[in-house]
Every structure is written in structure tokens, then in C-alpha cells.
Design a binder for this molecule. Structure first.
Ligand code: HPA
Length: 245
């Protein structure tokens, strides 16, 4: 199954022909289609069994993305926001993580230290920002905070996280790091499903915002795919140069 761009998400924005990609880390379900003359593969992050965020097989997903031949990944993440209202879109420019149990590297036996000074690909970020605007959604930028979950945050946690970041979610890490370890371009578009830190969070509200925003998200992604330059001129492809001790 060949792809130019891989989309990873829970909310299926692009269907198409379903198949399975086998990796040394496990099998991954994938849907292939075409957007603006480019081959797209949509990988469902949580799989058919809907694994919770802390049990998602992030290595299998990124490995499967690499196996398609794609060098670009667009991730879709739902988040609680500390800076913008439900229904808005945030394009992260950095991240911080507070996870506990996730395997976060492909390099278990070698000391490979990839640079993370610009974790998200600037070319895909630019395409996502422009595409949001073109669809009439002024995008926000900010720091993505990844928590372990699966519980939502306490008020005290949100008070602390406000000092570090702008949006909070459970699925953005370690995907971003694993993509860098494969020298793939990776950026995320975060759909804000709720305001973080303003009282009780209702899962029905999250699902309802997802449902309402699905077609806008699909259109933004379609535009972004067509805007991503043909050739990579970012640094992502050189991630493994001088990274090993
Ligand atoms: N916190 C963590 N993850 C989330 C949230 C949240 O408020 N909303 C959607 N995913």
C-alpha cells in the first residue's frame, strides 16, 4: 500500500479501501484513498478495538506509516484547550509530556538522541495553518501537553499545566518523537473539544464537537495535503545525521 501522506487519527476523515499493514510491532488497520493526485493512507490510531490512549501501539503506527513510503504525516488529535474555545483548531509548535508507561523510542539498544528543538515539521504546520484560514477557521498555535490518562485532569493539574502549555491531550506523544526517529515529517492539527480547567467534562460534549467538526477537519486536511510542497526542504529528513553516540 503506497502513500505520499499518512493521516493518523481517531475520527476517520478519509475512508477508502481498508487493509492491514503488518509491522514488527503489530498489525495496523489502514484506509487508502487519493486527494489532489496524492496517495493518502488513513491510519486509525485506536484501531478496531478502540484502545485507550495509554495502550495505543504508537511504534506500530509510525512503522506502518513509514512502510507506505510516505515521508509526511498529519496527525489529528482531540484536546482540551486552555487558550481557545471548543470547535477551534490548534496547530502545536512544541510539546511537553507527562506520560508514564509508553515506549517512546525505536532505538532500545543504541544511544540515538534525535534533536527535538523543532518537533513539528514547519512545512506541514504552514500548510495546516494556511488551510485552516482558507476554510474560515483562524488557527491557534501553542504548546501541546500530553498526559498519560485515561482519566481527565484534575483542577490542580490544569492549574499546573497552564504554566507549561496551551492544549492538553493524551495521544500526541510519543508519536511525534517516533516520527522524528524515522526522519518523517510530522505535524498535528488539534481539534478543541472542550475547555480544560472549567469544571466537569462531559464525554458526550467531546463526541458532539468531533461529529460537528468532522467535515471542516476533512476539508482542512484536503487543502493541506494539496499545499504540502512536493520536495522536502525542512530538516526532518536529516534527523538521524549526527544523532547517535
Ligand atoms: N484532557 C485530555 N485529553 C483530552 C481532553 C482533555 O481535556 N479533551 C480531549 N482530549
Amino acid at each position: 500500500m503506497h502513500a505520499d501522506v499518512v493521516i493518523i487519527g481517531r475520527v476517520l476523515t478519509h475512508g477508502g479501501e481498508k487493509s492491514k499493514i503488518s509491522t514488527p510491532y503489530g498489525n495496523v488497520g489502514a484506509f487508502s484513498s487519493r486527494i489532489s493526485g496524492r496517495d493518502i493512507v488513513f491510519i486509525s490510531r485506536h484501531g478496531d478495538d478502540h484502545l485507550p490512549p495509554h495502550r495505543v501501539n504508537y511504534r506500530a503506527i509510525i512503522c506502518a506509516a513509514a512502510f507506505t513510503g510516505a515521508d509526511r504525516i498529519i496527525a489529528i488529535n482531540t484536546v482540551g484547550s486552555m487558550i481557545s474555545p471548543p470547535g477551534s483548531f490548534v496547530i502545536p509548535n512544541d510539546f511537553i509530556e507527562f506520560t508514564k508507561s509508553r515506549v517512546s523510542t525505536f532505538y532500545e539498544d543504541r544511544a540515538v538522541h534525535v534533536d527535538m528543538s523543532e518537533p513539528y515539521c514547519p512545512e506541514i504546520r504552514a500548510a495546516l495553518m494556511e488551510s485552516c484560514r482558507a476554510e474560515g477557521h483562524e488557527p491557534y498555535e501553542g504548546v501541546y501537553v500530553c498526559t498519560e490518562g485515561p482519566h481527565l485532569e484534575t483542577r490542580a493539574q490544569i492549574k499546573m499545566l497552564r504554566c507549561f502549555g496551551d492544549v492538553v491531550g493524551m495521544t500526541g506523544y510519543p508519536e511525534v518523537v517516533l516520527a522524528r526517529e524515522r526522519a518523517l515529517c510530522y505535524a498535528s492539527i488539534c481539534l478543541v473539544t472542550n475547555t480544560a480547567g472549567e469544571g466537569q467534562i462531559d464525554i458526550d460534549q467531546i463526541v458532539s464537537v468531533e461529529r460537528k467538526s468532522r467535515s471542516a477537519l476533512a476539508r482542512i486536511i484536503e487543502r493541506a495535503v494539496s499545499r504540502i510542497p512536493g520536495q522536502r526542504s525542512c530538516r526532518c529528513s536529516r534527523a538521524l545525521e549526527n544523532a547517535e553516540l
